[in-house]
Design a protein around this ligand. Structure first.
Ligand SMILES: Cc1cc2nc3c(=O)[nH]c(=O)nc-3n(C[C@H](O)[C@H](O)[C@H](O)COP(=O)(O)O)c2cc1C
Length: 168
């Protein structure tokens, strides 16, 4: 369940790597390009859904929450520092994600193709990097079983959780 589908309030969704989960805060952390469409969508309307499915466990988890983008704060700084140079390399792209190009290309400058850049070379990419945190408000859990599926809903507010069974 490392790569859920993340849905934004503009109706779009995309696969993302789940970078962190804080059980106490009930929050998830994602890394992205600050210039991407999803960041604009979150800034326009922060409601978000994150969908997980584990076929071996036969479990679907649908979460709903509110996303907060951090582009130049301490959270983004820490995530940037903790990321590998190879992961940070993507943010060297001169064009924003989704920009049109004449031919199929990565968007990265030619000098970085095929190399792992140095810290100094990566420094200008920091401004393109953002983190967003999703504070989970509700989880819908579904377990598929031949003997009868099971479904539960969890609602979180002010550090409390309310849970109940639902008909699948
Ligand atoms: C397996 C996988 C993992 C991905 N992880 C991320 C990620 O962590 N962050 C990210 O911004 N995009 C990630 N992407 C790319 C997004 O799915 C998406 O194509 C891109 O971010 C542009 O989305 P947007 O136009 O909605 O902003 C991943 C794609 C795949 C297939």
């Amino acid at each position: 369940m490392h790569t859920p589908a993340v849905g934004t309030s503009d109706g779009d969704l995309r696969v993302m790597v789940l970078r962190g989960f804080d059980r106490d805060a009930m929050s998830m952390r994602f890394h992205t390009d600050a210039r991407s469409a999803k960041v604009s969508a979150i800034r326009e309307g922060p409601a978000i859904s994150v969908l997980f499915y584990n076929p071996e466990a036969k479990v679907q988890i649908r979460t709903r929450g509110i996303a907060v983008v951090d582009q130049d704060g301490t959270e983004a700084d820490a995530a940037w520092t903790d990321s590998t140079p190879f992961a940070r390399r993507c943010y060297l792209s001169e064009l924003p994600p989704g920009a049109s190009t004449e031919e199929a290309r990565s968007g990265l400058p030619d000098w970085v193709e095929g190399i792992v850049p140095s810290e100094a070379q990566l420094a200008p990419a920091r401004k393109n990097f953002a983190v967003f945190t999703v504070r989970i408000h509700a989880i819908d859990w579904l377990y598929l079983a031949n003997a009868g599926h099971r479904r539960a809903r969890f609602e979180f507010s002010d550090g409390n959780v309310e849970s109940r069974w639902l008909v699948p």
